[in-house]
Ligand binder design. Structure first.
Ligand SMILES: [Zn+2]
Length: 117
């Protein structure tokens, strides 16, 4: 998409960004503006735009956080980084806990099956 202004402009990536909680890719900092005169906002996005798995078409390719939802758009860099990092840490720890729990269930099922043999 071409606009007379830069709707999305990539800025230097801050150092302290968490990896993408969905796919583990690095994250990038972008500046977003609705129009040439609108106030800008900052957003941290996953850099993974690669088509994978069952995805088809360029538009639908990539990580879910390549184009993150509205909540990731913040008025300042500091807030955008804070939002991304808190989101990433929370989601990663949820995922870790749930996978661990699921693995425990598998393990105890395996134990039961072994004892029944
Ligand atoms: Zn990602």
């Amino acid at each position: 998409m071409t606009t007379p202004w830069e709707m999305y402009k990539q800025l230097d990536t801050p150092e302290d960004l968490e990896l993408c909680p969905c796919c583990g890719s690095a994250a990038q900092l972008w500046q977003y503006s609705e129009s040439a005169t609108a106030p800008t906002s900052k957003v941290i996005c996953c850099e993974n735009a690669e088509q994978f798995g069952p995805q088809d078409g360029l538009v639908n390719g990539g990580c879910l956080l390549y184009m993150p939802p509205e909540g990731f758009y913040r008025p300042t860099l500091r807030e955008a980084v804070k939002y991304w990092n808190e989101y990433a840490k929370a989601l990663t720890s949820q995922q870790r806990a749930r996978r661990w729990e699921a693995a425990q269930v598998l393990r105890s099922n395996a134990e039961v099956n072994r004892n029944e043999r």
